[in-house]
Design a protein around this ligand. Structure first.
Ligand code: HPA
Length: 283
């Protein structure tokens, strides 16, 4: 039996810590209730240039956050308006491959929830597991498979959390419909797919890529699943879009390289920003 007071999971990155962090962020950035919180994936940080009335603070100044070191991640939290709607944007993640626990990697979701966000839009860079997917394709996630071997809800139940969250509609049908409508109106091609989350930091082997495709996944990456799980536990509506930055290992002649991932994300960021802005206006 776990004594909550002696529970090593209880103290850090839970509801109380999120409330503390949210108080500091709210005061510093004069945050009003956001229509949505947005997680900006690798190389997709350009979207912040679309924000108006932007206020920002570095992650180091938010209790429970640490500086992100991965290239392509700003490590800053932004408040502002996008398409006239109040949003919070998280420029950077805490990945498990950096050594963060699943619980820590999903902590920003708790903080944006404590700031009043009830809609979470996550983006990520991912490898395409099907030959029909090309670099630059946007994939709207229907669902995910958590193959990290971890779960951000390990430990005692946080106040406000559900112990056994239902994941049958973790990727909100309502929000997915809004993203599809936004894409159709803008003439942006959007494919449906299933994301499989692994810890990384290695890219997959060709054998793993065949296995993941066989399991029913469409794209593979090193983030997002912990965020979707905490969003479900908190009763937030969640939606995610993957940018395919490369064919997964073995599906093209060359190696999978972080530079190429970043370059493709940069090329797609205008399209992604258009989609995101149109989506937010529909909320
Ligand atoms: N595999 C895992 N994560 C990724 C990939 C990939 O091929 N591309 C971008 N993120």
């Amino acid at each position: 039996m776990i004594d909550r007071d002696g529970d090593p999971w209880a103290a850090a990155w839970g509801a109380a810590a999120a409330a503390t962090a949210a108080t500091i962020v709210r005061e510093r950035l004069a945050v009003r209730t956001p229509a949505a919180a947005i997680v900006l994936g690798s190389g997709l940080g350009d979207v912040v240039s679309r924000l108006q009335h932007v206020r920002e603070m570095p992650y180091q100044e938010i209790p429970g956050f640490s500086a992100t070191a991965v290239e392509g991640h700003a490590g800053r939290l932004y408040a502002g308006t996008l398409g006239g709607r109040e949003v919070i944007a998280l420029g950077g993640r805490f990945h498990m491959y950096e050594g963060h626990t699943a619980r820590a990697s999903a902590f920003p979701v708790r903080v944006v929830h404590a700031l009043g966000a009830r809609v979470l839009f996550a983006s990520n860079a991912a490898g395409g597991l099907e030959r029909s997917l090309n670099a630059g394709d946007l994939v709207l996630l229907d669902d995910h498979i958590n193959l990290t071997g971890h779960n951000p809800l390990f430990g005692s139940v946080e106040p406000g959390d559900v112990r056994f969250p239902d994941m049958s509609a973790a990727h909100s049908p309502r929000l997915r419909a809004l993203v599809r409508t936004a894409a159709a109106e803008l003439g942006i091609a959007l494919k449906p797919g299933v994301y499989v989350g692994l810890t990384g930091p290695v890219y997959e082997t060709p054998s793993e890529v065949r296995m993941l495709a066989g399991l029913g996944a469409t794209v593979t990456g090193m983030s997002t699943v912990c965020e979707a799980i905490v969003a479900a536990a908190l009763g937030m509506e969640f939606v995610a879009v993957s940018l395919v930055t490369n064919p997964a290992a073995g599906l093209s002649d060359g190696p999978v390289r972080h530079e190429d991932v970043m370059m493709e994300a940069g090329l797609a960021s205008k399209r992604f920003g258009d989609l995101l802005e149109s989506f937010v206006k529909k909320l």
